[in-house]
Design a protein around this ligand. Structure first.
Ligand code: ZN
Length: 170
């Protein structure tokens, strides 16, 4: 069941990425210089941003099936501030530095684990934790985002953090 859900999440990520990529644009120079101490050039080069106006991200079509399986607390993507599909960050509001930082952590996570692993970790984390907020990938993004927000002059490498986290969690 978990692997079936994970492969559906994977298709959702891949389809959404394809859907939003054409309207997504690179980081501005200002955004880039703020994020540059924390992320490597390949991450900042590959990331694309898309701010939706008058429309919202739709939930995966697999939700109907997940609900039938008795899975509750499914995250409502339409209600989220932003969602990252591999390297395409789709936001329902203008990007603040904290929001951009958080989503770039997800880009860095995807860069180190292919879509399949990301989806599997997401589904497993969700089922074990019982909510979106408890998914380890999400908790990590929140923790690093608060480190950045509390003191942006104390720099660190997000990719090193992801690498270390992944080595410990496997
Ligand atoms: Zn997140």
């Amino acid at each position: 069941m978990v692997s079936q859900l994970a492969s559906m999440v994977e298709s959702y990520i891949s389809d959404s990425r394809k859907k939003y990529a054409p309207q997504a644009i690179p980081l501005t120079d200002a955004q880039r210089s703020t994020m540059q101490p924390f992320f490597s050039a390949p991450i900042l080069d590959s990331a694309r941003l898309c701010v939706l106006r008058g429309t919202r991200v739709s939930n995966p079509s697999m939700y109907a099936m997940a609900k039938m399986m008795g899975i509750r607390n499914l995250p409502d993507f339409a209600a989220m501030t932003a969602i990252t599909f591999v390297d395409v960050i789709v936001s329902h509001q203008e990007f603040t530095d904290a929001l951009l930082f958080h989503e770039l952590v997800h880009v860095a996570q995807y860069a180190q684990m292919d879509m399949k692993e990301f989806a599997a970790r997401f589904v497993n984390g969700f089922i074990q934790g019982g909510s979106y907020e408890e998914v380890p990938l999400e908790k990590m993004a929140h923790a690093l985002e608060s480190r950045f927000s509390q003191n942006a002059s104390e720099t660190f490498s997000v990719e090193d953090e992801v690498r270390q986290w992944r080595a410990e969690k496997i």
